[in-house]
Every structure is written in structure tokens, then in C-alpha cells.
Design a protein around this ligand. Sequence first.
Ligand SMILES: *[C@@H]1O[C@H](CO)[C@@H](O)[C@H](O)[C@H]1NC(C)=O
Ligand SMILES: *[C@@H]1O[C@H](CO)[C@@H](O)[C@H](O)[C@H]1NC(C)=O
Ligand SMILES: *[C@@H]1O[C@H](CO)[C@@H](O)[C@H](O)[C@H]1NC(C)=O
Ligand SMILES: *[C@@H]1O[C@H](CO)[C@@H](O)[C@H](O)[C@H]1NC(C)=O
Ligand SMILES: *[C@@H]1O[C@H](CO)[C@@H](O)[C@H](O)[C@H]1NC(C)=O
Ligand SMILES: *[C@@H]1O[C@H](CO)[C@@H](O)[C@H](O)[C@H]1NC(C)=O
Length: 503
Amino acid sequence: MVTGGAKLALVLLSLLFSTYYAETRNVLLIVADDGGFEMGTYRNKIVQTPNLDALAKNSLIFNNAYTSVSSCSPSRAALLTGTPSHQNGMYGLHQGEHHFNSFDDMRSLPKILKDNQIKTGIIGKKHVGPGDVFPFDYSQTEENNSILQVGRNITHIKNLAREFLSNVTQPFFLYVAFHDPHRCGHTNPEYGEFCQRFGNGEEDMGSIPDWSPIHYVPEQIELPYFMPDTMEARKDVAAQYITISRLDQGVGLLLQELKNAGHSNDTLVIYTSDNGIPFPNGRTNLYDSGIAEPMFISSPSHKERKGKVTYSLASLLDITPTVLDWFDINEGNSINNNLTGRSLLPLLIKEPQDRSKEIVFASHNLHEVTMYYPMRAARTQRYKLIHNINYNAPFPIDQDFFLSPTFQDLLNNTRTNQPTYWYKTLKKYYRRPEWELFDLKKDPEELNNVAGKESFKEIYEDLKGRLHEWQKVTKDPWLCAPHAVYEDKGDYKNEPQCLSLDI
Ligand SMILES: *[C@@H]1O[C@H](CO)[C@@H](O)[C@H](O)[C@H]1NC(C)=O
Ligand SMILES: *[C@@H]1O[C@H](CO)[C@@H](O)[C@H](O)[C@H]1NC(C)=O
Ligand SMILES: *[C@@H]1O[C@H](CO)[C@@H](O)[C@H](O)[C@H]1NC(C)=O
Ligand SMILES: *[C@@H]1O[C@H](CO)[C@@H](O)[C@H](O)[C@H]1NC(C)=O
Ligand SMILES: *[C@@H]1O[C@H](CO)[C@@H](O)[C@H](O)[C@H]1NC(C)=O
Ligand SMILES: *[C@@H]1O[C@H](CO)[C@@H](O)[C@H](O)[C@H]1NC(C)=O
């Protein structure tokens, strides 16, 4: 027996339900590994990326997006928590002897979303921990799979995405972290410098049924300004392009799966990468060549700026606030740390009138455990300030980049006093001053350090102040380094201070 009141309640309930379902919102976050900038959308005329270019046409394209750290685990932890590496504790790489982890009490996207009844999935490269901080409901990662299968075999990735999508009955967040176009010459040399031969159908390489390999001619490669123009480097990049095109075809498959599952119309699709390419001046650097990222956001409910470009400064620290905004989750004070990023969704509607005050920040500490080289940076539309905290040490080089043909060639040419065809010398690359300030408008290649120049004093002081403020808000343990010691306990509890070392 259903009373009138109960009937009304039922009607209301079903109304509520139907509104709820009509407003179902999902997220597909696609992240490339070490690069992914090389595509038509970003004016590369050689590499073939029709799927990424089509996604970009349906998206707002970010021309000024930057990672907060150019190193894999720190960047992924920053992406998934909205906090820079010094704030979340992931100071360097997570795997092997490096063994870095985020702090145990971090609130990560998968955790927050789980608490809000959103189903979370990860396919591909996870590379963050501890497990409790990043708890995905569905997980197919390198932790219990071959990274080649979950990160580069696009047919396998497609099948996993299909499995995830076929089972979701609630809003979802699916994070697909490709391992392409990462190097693999130091771990799987049998597949080539970038694992570009893995699954290409040649003898002993296996096959990836959905992949049509595209090959590139080294002489035709478009080298970015920060690469030495040698045949070794050209061959290296040509190999990387093959895996960019594999990634591109993988993205096409994913978007098709999303469509087949009926979720094209209710899913926010974000494409980006974790950090810069593994070439000189790229990954592990805070120069633009290390931190600039591809980014586009395709929203089914924002038609205003599809295929348009934004010049607003965006950070990968903005991804967490953006996803929370999309799901209408207000974590507010329950987030145990200040989020300094912002939601990017308003940009999908309108470009800000005044971009002159915009600023993004970066924080790098290590990469491999031996590579202690903390740096902090602030970047506005026009200027970049870098603080090299450990400036007395040479800039460290990581294992896979060291063995790369490009670096070996650079090293050999330098040793034997041959021309390097590079825009820097290795000596300049290794030895950096404590402060670097660049006028990016006049000097986009960041070659002319104006930090000590009288005419830039005001800009230098302003950026230094804003960087210091950000370090404070994000509780940076390096706040006073290297010339002072930070005291914040005991007598200094109420008024923490930088106490000078007189050096
Ligand atoms: C990997 O672990 C997850 C649970 O964390 C499980 O769902 C998945 O089936 C495992 N995959 C393999 C290949 O064992
Ligand atoms: C997905 O659903 C199928 C049945 O439809 C089931 O066999 C499979 O175990 C489910 N997979 C996951 C990861 O829940
Ligand atoms: C890629 O995955 C597909 C589907 O699981 C499989 O048939 C194929 O053998 C895999 N390719 C390689 C190179 O492992
Ligand atoms: C998606 O939405 C558009 C209008 O916004 C509509 O024309 C189209 O039919 C929808 N497609 C699906 C598959 O629901
Ligand atoms: C967050 O930052 C504000 C200043 O922007 C500060 O007043 C507040 O104490 C900070 N909160 C935490 C938890 O650090
Ligand atoms: C660099 O020199 C070493 C030792 O002479 C040699 O084995 C190697 O092939 C050279 N590498 C390149 C890229 O020229």
C-alpha cells in the first residue's frame, strides 16, 4: 500500500535519480610519458598524429601549459594531488632504489573521488606510491603487469579500457598513462632506443594488431632549438616519433571505446604529458624545454572554444582542481594541504582579459636518488626566474639519458674538441649560477641570464618575492636554503624564521 505522501516521495526520488543520471559526468585523463608535444597541433609538420589533432580540434588547446616538475613520479604525484613535490613528499623517482613516496596523509584524486562514489581506474604507468594514498578501484599497471603491455601495447590498452568501461554504472575517472614515448634503450635495448620496434611485426618483435607503424626519415626530422643537430640526434628523434604515432593511434582507440560505451557526451577528456622529452635541456630541467607540456581539454558541455587556443598560463597542478570542479566536489578545508592550482574549466568558456598577473611555479628536488639538485622556479607570461639551490654542484645526468645516442654523441664530440652542433656547451649545461632570470619574449631559448642586471632588478625582486610566498604557502622545507636555516619549532613555532649562515 503506497500512501500519497510516499508516492510523492517516490516521484521526487525518481526525478532526482533521472536528473542525477542526466548529469552524469566522467573524466578520461590521458597522459603521455616524457614528451608528447610532437604533433601537428603544436606545429610539428613531420610527425603523424591525426587522432591527437582531431581531439585537439574538439578541445581548448593550451599553448602555455607547464609541469611543476620535470621528473616522472614527482610530476605524477603532483598531477594526482594538486601539490608540488616538496609539499607531497615525492622528491624523486618511486621505483627501485630511489624509493620515493608521497606522504601517507596526502589526499589524492583517486582517494577523494572514491569518497564521492566515483569509480576510479588506472591503465598503464602508475609510478607513484604508497598504495594507500593512490587507491584506484580498477588497476592494471606496472605493479603487476609488464609495462610494455599496459603502457605501449595499444591493443591491450584498448581491451583494458573496454573492460573498465563495460563495468561502470556510476560516474568514473579513468586515468590512462601511456609509457610511450619514453626511452627504453637502457632497459630493453632489443626493442630499440624508444621501444619503437616492440610489436612492429618484425621477427621476434611480436605484433600489436591495432598498430600501423609509421617510420620517419632522420633527415626530415624537425629538431627543436634545444637539440644538437647531428645525425645521432636525428635518428634518436626519428625513433621517438615512431612511438608518438603509436601513442596517437592508442588515443584514437581509447576515444572510440569511450564512444562505443556511450560516454562521448558526458566525459571530460584531458590530454597532457608528465614532463619534458629525454633530451639535453629537456627532462629534469626547469627551462621551458623541460617543463612545457602539451595540454588540451575537451568538454561535452563547453562548446564555446572548441579548436581554439588559450595563452593563459596553466600548470599540471591545475589538473586536480579542474577534475574536482568538473565533479562539483568541494573539498575545501578537508584537503590537508593548500592547493595552489586553479580549475581550468572557466578557460573553456572565455579567455581572461588580463593575463599579465598570471604565474606558475615549479619545484624539482631529485630524479634518481643520486641526483640531488633542488630548483624552484616562477614563470610569468614574460619572465622566468630559476633558483638553483645546489648551484655549487654540477647539474646531474640520469642513467637512461646518459646512454642515449644524443648524449653520447654530445659527450664524445666535447671530449675530442669536435663541433657539437648544439646551442650550449656541456660545461655551461653542468655549471649553473644560483639565480637565472630570462626575458622569454626576447630570449625564448633562455640563453641570456639577466639575473644580475640592474635594469631587471625590480622584476628579479618581484619574482623572488612571489616565489618565496608560494614556497611558504606550500610549506617548502627548502624555504631558506641554501644560505639560511629554517627554524619553525620550539621558540620559533609561532614565528618561523630563516636564520642566516653568513655564507
Ligand atoms: C593487478 O592488480 C589488480 C588489483 O590491484 C587486479 O584487479 C588486476 O587484475 C591485477 N592484474 C593482473 C594482470 O594480475
Ligand atoms: C567486468 O565485468 C565482467 C562481466 O561483465 C566480469 O567478468 C569482469 O570480472 C569485470 N571486471 C572487472 C574489473 O570488474
Ligand atoms: C598486444 O596485445 C594483444 C592483445 O592482448 C596481443 O594479442 C599481442 O600479442 C600483444 N603484442 C605484443 C607485442 O605483446
Ligand atoms: C550528444 O549530444 C549532442 C548534442 O549536444 C547530440 O546531438 C548527440 O546526438 C548526442 N550523442 C549521443 C551519442 O548521445
Ligand atoms: C593556506 O594558505 C593560506 C595563505 O594563502 C594560509 O593562511 C593558511 O594557513 C594555509 N593553510 C595551510 C593548511 O597551510
Ligand atoms: C662515443 O665514444 C665511445 C668510445 O669511443 C664509442 O664507443 C661510442 O660509440 C661513441 N658514441 C657515439 C654516439 O658516437
